[in-house]
Design a protein. Sequence first.
Lengths: 433, 433
Amino acid sequence: MNIPTEKNLKRVIIIGAGFAGLQVAKKLRRDKYQVILIDKNNYHTFQPLLYQVATAGLEPDSIAHSIRNIIKKTKNFFFRLANVHYINTNKRKIYTNIGNIFYDYLIIATGSVTNYFGNKNIKLNALPMKSIPEALNLRSLILQDFESALLTNKIKEKKKLMTFVIVGGGPTGVELAGALAEMKKYVIPNDYPNLDHNYMKIHLLQASTRLLDGMSIKSAEHAYKSLKSLGVSIWLNCLVKDYNGEVISMDKNKYIETSNVIWAAGVKGALIKGFLTKDMKKNRLLVNSYLRTIRYKNIFAIGDIAFVKENENYPNGHPMTAPPAIQQGNYLVNNFNKLLFDNSKIMKPFIYNNFGSMATIGRNKAVCDFSFIKLKGFLAWIIWMFVHLVSLVGFRNRVIALTNWIIQYFHYNKSVRLIIRPFYRKKYLKSRF
Amino acid sequence: MNIPTEKNLKRVIIIGAGFAGLQVAKKLRRDKYQVILIDKNNYHTFQPLLYQVATAGLEPDSIAHSIRNIIKKTKNFFFRLANVHYINTNKRKIYTNIGNIFYDYLIIATGSVTNYFGNKNIKLNALPMKSIPEALNLRSLILQDFESALLTNKIKEKKKLMTFVIVGGGPTGVELAGALAEMKKYVIPNDYPNLDHNYMKIHLLQASTRLLDGMSIKSAEHAYKSLKSLGVSIWLNCLVKDYNGEVISMDKNKYIETSNVIWAAGVKGALIKGFLTKDMKKNRLLVNSYLRTIRYKNIFAIGDIAFVKENENYPNGHPMTAPPAIQQGNYLVNNFNKLLFDNSKIMKPFIYNNFGSMATIGRNKAVCDFSFIKLKGFLAWIIWMFVHLVSLVGFRNRVIALTNWIIQYFHYNKSVRLIIRPFYRKKYLKSRF
């Protein structure tokens, strides 16, 4: 890895530059620690807006930010672009594609990956949306589908290409369904005047009894009504059984013919090899209320990958979203920085402050659940935009995203409808592009 | 292709949505013609700014514009995303990957491709920069090189990774060399504090006696001096013989060890099969001064692909740049539109108005040659930016590009240093990423 050993500094390795890892990497005192940040990308991804990349609303570059640009020229900080394969907890070493390295402290912030719940067919045929390349694939596929639908006279084929099934009625699924419904309304009739846009169908499948499980019933009902009014078919209490690339089958012998299944039904911790099964829970690493792993005093976990045990308020673990990740990162880095001055001071346990949650449905439509007030409609939409805008990393990204949103608001358009690197997956498309 | 035949309308097929083809497609009268535009991409590329995508200055989405967005919902207009394989001039049919189609008139505006002058090794190992995916590959490669250089202690290896050889001293080569030199000055020391940025070398190789062959000697000399002062090594009268991916060899037994050769040494017409050798000149289609091919009355060629014969001012053909392409497109579409009203009217031959040319070198540095005045320095740079900005297609793209430029001007930064889809080419990189 070509990183020098500093005798007077303890080495902290952070794996993952997501919301949690980035907080620690940015704030850790470099006069006391040598800080090494490792990520498989050279950029931080603002995952809450991936759906806008997939639906041609934002360019990928405005929701990604170069890690080297976030943490500039500073002493005792090293970023390495690498994949971590294995952690040897006895030797205190991590093994990566660019070499092995010793740690004094290890902070695991690897986040989560798409959870297909073991269904191989779905993994093979459905499209995930957890990374920028995946969102770009989705954008290409959606646009290629319309180009292909133009070419065929077979109504059945046309409909299959223009049917989009989103599995998972959480914020991601709701936001994606809303964005696709707006494409149907504002973009497709202009871009494809020779295509009957009524063939375009958007289905949102949810396993539980309502949308937005993590939010209030009021917000869920508002989202339901809003999506319905945009023409989205919503299937509640619906379990997906299989998807062969042509037909998605659900329980109760229901099925939909479609070339496009987007899988937003769940995530699971992105584990690294080297831990025992009893160190994990629900595919996440068990940590105590100081975010320290149970077995190893010098290993910590934060963000989606961490499962805080014995937590009354969150017996199933904290939500796998940005706010707990950011708070855990901040909590941990404060402890690391403080311990230097007062080793004996007893740390307070981590407590997650849930300020609320929100989801956008479309133009002027969103829902916000705050502890003190619940909002919907235009005001909620403005708040949603403001919160996402200020959360974006980097001044440039905020300006570019805001500019895009303003232009789109007045033009009723999706600006970046470009098939820049065509996505080949299905036989049907392969033969055509 | 699923395009209906209109009995009362002549069908015009335009191949290529570059500067030339787009002019025709936008302006052709749809009450008199059925217009079909075919391109291998669903977007128009603003090629003069590709070098800024390659050097992390602009996101690809701001120099590309969706063709369906440029030409919105209009009657008798059809865009098809397709590759044209062959033209059957007897049957008046084009053959594509999405089917065959008959034309009444054919306008060939396929532009140009990179010219390796028959050298297979160079084609295999050097990097071109004629399309957005190619520019993105280049961006990834440059950034990956620095990540790799960090990992090795072998000085020779480090230097090889950090050496960039640009072949071709035209505007593209000059602009790319300037942008890389600015990365060395402003970006690399901040992003890679542990890397000696003096190892980064930029070489610009030019076969002729001076840079910017198409511009004035004064401008060429200014560009030479400016690049020199930015630390670029300029090799004039230098012929490239070979490149094996490790070492580029020139005449007079000279060579440079480098992992990165960027080929900006020339372009050639992007010909489609179906024409006779005697219909071509210098890999371009021969046309008369009305831009009509010699042999076929219903086939026209415009832009880079067209070679206007018996042209006193341009005996070697018009420059293969945007201005002649735009003017030829405009000229041809006017003839097409006018002939309807006055078939007997004798057409005027096409005459290219050369308003001048320009090239930027870096911050506050550019050269402009106009017929009435020659400029250099800050004013030339402002004019260069203004002309490129207003030439970009689409309001959004102009706003986003301007925003990027303003932010970069004050931050001395390259905003989009993201390795979004890593580019694997060389053994060295393959083993690491």
